[in-house]
Design a protein around this ligand. Structure first.
Ligand code: PMP
Length: 359
């Protein structure tokens, strides 16, 4: 992350008066705390949870992941799944597997830590390029835009012949509950499928997954083992037990309703206090992507926002190198108390006025 933004966010986090609309954190009250506490204390007694495991992950977790993909039409068996430390590790592994110096197209704004993962292994990151060797897409609900790929994008991706990194971090949190057709069905030999339970259960468990194209799987697994031996046994055993005591699909349905209601509250507050701001209605996920027609320094905007008592994510973090665009920012409705949204929007309006005055 841009160290200037990291410092401002750290400082804001220490101030309880700042309403946090930055960072894509799930709602604390949607995490199955009681059930998790029970299974964690139980599995701490079990050998599997404390012992080393296989680099590819616990069989029961791989079965669960594969089962959900099979139900969506993907031809896959559990042996194809690698359990990772969150989707982030999956992205880092893919970044390392794609040839150094090759070009990856990511769109005009995307998830900052994916950009960081791709940059760290020397990939050339561009916004659009039909001839790129690889494409990164966030299917179902994009971060930060909050909407799915359109049909033409899917068709072009499938026709491209390029490698496709498909990140489904928020796909299960589409408000309509309609999961997208997995691109792995249409391009199984080129899709690197990435998923996670961070958004739906708890990011602290650090469980995600990677399904690599078949011919690349062994190399990925070797790389993963060289880096961490395996994903945390305790989390994997706890997750398996958790699925025995919670109804995951019912939890998802509840989370979708709650996040949709949160989105509506923030949108209503913004419509009242900052009617000039432009954003798409999110189809799911955690945030709104606000675009303006103004050019300027979005770090100064973040500073003004914190000064006014609200935080946000400045848009430049989401931009691939070379994209010069008017100021944009991401506002997350997923974690701050919904009762604070009205006040947050009022403060944001004050921050925008102060920032425009500065610019
Ligand atoms: N992909 C996207 C699009 C994300 O927004 C995030 C989390 N912010 C991740 C991947 C990483 O998630 P995790 O490592 O917690 O599974």
């Amino acid at each position: 992350m841009d160290p200037r933004v990291a410092e401002l966010h750290h400082r804001a986090a220490l101030r309880p008066d700042v309403i946090p609309l930055a960072g894509g954190l799930p709602a604390d009250d949607l995490m199955p705390r009681v059930a998790l506490a029970a299974v964690l204390s139980e599995v701490a007694q079990s050998r599997d949870a404390l012992q080393y495991g296989w680099p590819e992950g616990l069989q029961s977790v791989r079965d669960w992941i594969a089962g959900r993909l099979v139900a969506r039409g993907v031809v896959i068996d559990p042996e194809h799944v690698i359990v990772t430390a969150g989707a982030q590790q999956a992205l880092s592994l893919v970044a390392a597997e794609l040839a150094h110096g090759s070009r990856i197209a990511v769109g005009a704004a995307t998830y900052p830590a994916a950009l960081a993962a791709f940059a760290s292994t020397g990939l050339e990151i561009v916004d659009e390029d039909r001839d790129a060797r690889a494409h990164y897409v966030i299917a179902g609900v994009a971060n930060p835009q909050g909407v799915d790929l359109i049909e033409a994008q899917r068709t072009n991706l499938i026709a491209s012949g390029a490698e496709i990194v498909v990140d489904e971090a928020y796909a299960e949190l589409r408000f309509d509950g309609e999961l997208p057709r997995p691109l792995a069905i249409d391009a199984p030999d080129r899709v690197w499928h990435v998923g996670t339970i961070s958004k739906t259960l708890a990011p602290g468990l650090r469980i995600g997954w990677l399904v690599a194209p078949a011919r690349r799987r062994a190399a990925v697994l070797e790389r993963k083992q060289a880096s961490d031996l395996q994903t945390c046994s305790l989390s994997q055993v706890a997750l398996t037990r958790l699925f025995g005591v919670i109804d995951y699909d019912a939890m998802l349905a509840r989370a979708r309703r709650r996040y949709a209601a949160r989105a509506d509250r923030l949108i209503a507050a913004l419509a009242h206090y900052t009617p000039e701001l432009r954003f798409r209605e999110p189809e799911g996920g955690f945030s709104l992507w606000v675009e303006t027609d103004e050019h300027g320094d979005d770090i100064a905007l973040l500073r003004a926002a914190i000064e006014a008592g609200v935080s946000l994510d400045p848009g430049h973090m989401f931009r691939p190198p070379g994209v010069i665009a008017p100021v944009a920012f991401r506002l997350s409705f997923s974690n701050a108390p919904p009762d604070s949204f009205e006040e947050a929007a009022r403060r944001l309006a004050a921050a925008l006025a102060a920032w425009r005055h500065l610019e």
